[in-house]
Design a protein around this ligand. Structure first.
Ligand code: TYD
Length: 131
């Protein structure tokens, strides 16, 4: 499965914590887009899609949420609960996000601009595309 948990260096001093994200250094693609999801109602699930080409790095900069990851054969889950932890998703992976904490701010760095043609939003089509 082309997903990976990344651990970011935290620059800590008595004034607090800082994490720096840099293309080609600790983010393994050129960042073309950043978006973030917040104020998600309890019990709401989001996502329900895969991408054809896009690479993404998801970070809960506040609070927590869980990702369901599915490569068409195997499913796994990842809890994102720290601003120093990132979930890298490359290639054809079906994802759903759920269990958003009330304070969750989920930030996504993406390798491409928004393009609806890059989405696979039908699960059967996704499974077929994996064969
Ligand atoms: P959607 O893909 O449904 O979000 P999620 O995967 O979290 O469930 O996106 C919600 C809406 O926002 C949809 O109309 C597309 C739009 N959108 C953009 O305009 N730009 C973006 O970068 C993203 C990710 C979504």
């Amino acid at each position: 499965m082309t997903t990976k948990i990344l651990s970011f260096n935290e620059i800590s001093d008595k004034r607090g914590q800082l994490v720096s994200l840099e293309s080609g250094i600790n983010v393994p693609f050129e960042i073309k887009r950043v978006y973030y999801i917040y104020d998600v109602p309890k019990a709401q699930r989001r996502g329900f899609h895969a991408h054809r080409k896009l690479e993404q790095l998801a970070i809960c900069v506040k609070g927590s949420c869980t990702f369901l990851l599915d490569n068409g054969k195997k499913r796994s889950t990842e809890l994102l609960d720290s601003p120093s932890k990132g979930l890298l998703i490359k290639g054809h992976i079906w994802r759903e996000m759920y269990d958003f904490s009330e304070d969750c701010v989920l930030m996504i760095l993406a390798s491409e601009l928004y393009d609806e043609n890059d989405y696979i939003r039908d699960y059967q089509l996704f499974v077929e595309s994996q064969k």
